[in-house]
Design a protein around this ligand. Structure first.
Ligand code: URA
Length: 194
């Protein structure tokens, strides 16, 4: 574990000084990760938003608060169970989708995070993360809730992004929130087997 922490710190220091793409000029903070360096469970989001950019911590805005609630609902938390990061580490202006060049420039950091942690379960949160982790024929609506083979013999599950759930508040059977509830229970079941 000490080794993992040290290796993550090394790549984090590099990332904090990164100037490989123009987002380095507009960012307030690089947003590298939060949670614990747990090699069992990792979540990959999209990109920092306003609050994440302000604080330098992923998923601390409204979507992040909902993510915490979802994790907590099955007894998981970022304090003790999960390593959280994003596909790209700097906020795109006005929260637009990251450009291909930005994703390409940033990919070495996400790759390093995966290579160092070698997580057993990877949660792919939303379409942007999905497109960088799985071939492009997969869309989140079809892929969510399914297990895919990931790096280092991991299992990966795409899940809805919490900001999508914020825009779709219904709890009815079959709604995005209801589907997320099914998915997080399945994830917890798998996590408990590890
Ligand atoms: N949305 C994301 O995908 N990541 C964050 O860190 C915040 C919002």
């Amino acid at each position: 574990m000490e080794n993992i922490k040290e290796e993550l710190e090394t790549i984090k220091s590099k990332c904090l000084n990164c100037q490989k793409c123009p987002l380095s000029c507009s960012r307030t903070n690089v947003v590298f990760s939060d949670g614990i360096p747990n090699s069992k469970l990792m979540l990959i989001g999209e990109a920092p938003g306003y609050w994440e950019d302000q604080k330098g911590i992923p998923f601390v805005g409204k979507a992040g608060q909902l993510l915490d609630k979802i994790l907590n609902s099955v007894g998981l938390s970022r304090q003790k169970d999960i390593y959280i990061c994003n596909t790209i580490k700097c906020r795109p202006p006005e929260n637009r989708n990251p450009l291909p060049d930005e994703k390409q420039a940033c990919s070495e950091y996400l790759k390093a995070q995966i290579d160092i942690l070698q997580p057993k379960i990877i949660l792919i949160c939303g379409n942007i993360a999905l497109n960088s982790m799985l071939p492009s024929e997969h869309g989140i609506t079809k892929a969510r809730g399914k297990w895919f083979d990931g790096p280092y013999n991991s299992k990966m599950m795409p899940i809805f992004h919490p900001s999508y759930l914020l825009r779709n508040p219904s709890h009815e059977k079959g709604s995005p929130k209801w589907l997320m509830w099914q998915d997080i229970q399945e994830i917890k079941k798998e996590y408990d087997k590890l």
